[in-house]
Design a protein around this ligand. Structure first.
Ligand SMILES: [Zn+2]
Length: 261
């Protein structure tokens, strides 16, 4: 029932983006999008170039399978802009991108709290990407782990069926991290990525999971993320994770947060 009521919550994906006009009106916007996809300048921590890395998430949010260069995609962008009171151009410009990012960010765990020891369980190491991982680092929030198990069972089933294979597709890179452990990471590697250095990490809650989706496990280099956002594991998560209560951090294809009650 928890899952049903979660899915039933009104999200943008359920909002009516259609009926915003004739697709032909958006041919020009589509052309602009095909350029901005690779060139739009914006800042997220550092200077970013284009939004091509977020196409699967954008398609999910805009409820379309249409490619980012298509008039249909531009029309969906215009539908989003209409709902948000933005200029209805169909062009995925900086204002629209930041509006969508704000929407994505609003679904994440907040406020960040520190997990009570009693809320955590030690997950079997077979669920982890690194079979030699320290036993102290296998803790996960109980409810989140239940949901994760249901999710990966379904993911493995779906992907194995599709590919005629058997075996696991998803595993956990990192789960609960205590404030003390996070501080030790900071000390050990001051040049680690922003999330690893965070003073208020969602990993404190035990409900944030870094899930291996391909490529280098947790590297934000664009070339690496370009590989990750094309893997079957990632695309399956984008399409389905919300049904299990998980929401992504758009910038890190591996980082998923359990946000259901
Ligand atoms: Zn993470």
């Amino acid at each position: 029932m928890v899952i049903l009521s979660f899915v039933g919550a009104v999200g943008l994906a359920q909002m009516p983006f259609g009926a915003t006009g004739n697709s032909a009106d958006f041919t020009k916007a589509a052309k602009t999008n095909s350029i901005l996809k690779n060139t739009l300048r914006w800042k997220w921590g550092k200077q970013q170039k284009g939004w091509y890395l977020y196409v699967p998430l954008l398609q999910k949010t805009l409820a379309t399978e249409a490619g980012p260069d298509s008039a249909e995609f531009a029309e969906k962008v215009a539908g989003y802009q209409r709902i948000k009171g933005l200029r209805r151009s169909g062009v995925l410009n900086q204002t629209t991108l930041f509006s969508i990012i704000k929407h994505w960010q609003s679904k994440r765990i907040r406020p960040i709290y520190e997990a009570k020891e009693s809320a955590l369980l030690t997950a079997p190491i077979t669920n982890f990407y690194d079979p030699t991982r320290d036993l102290e680092l296998l803790k996960v929030d109980r409810t989140a782990f239940d949901a994760y198990k249901r999710m990966i069972d379904d993911a493995d089933k779906a992907l194995n069926e599709k590919n005629g294979e058997s075996g696991p597709y998803l595993s956990i890179i990192s789960s609960y991290r205590s404030p003390a452990y996070q501080a030790s990471l900071r000390k050990k590697d001051p040049k680690a990525n922003r999330a690893q250095l965070a003073y208020r990490s969602p990993h404190f809650t035990g409900r944030a999971l870094d899930i291996y989706v391909g490529g280098e496990p947790v590297t934000t280099k664009d070339e690496n993320r370009a590989i990750q956002v094309k893997t079957q594991a990632y695309l399956w998560l984008v399409e389905n994770a919300d049904k299990y209560g998980f929401e992504p951090y758009f910038y890190e294809p591996w980082h998923w947060e359990y946000v259901a009650p």
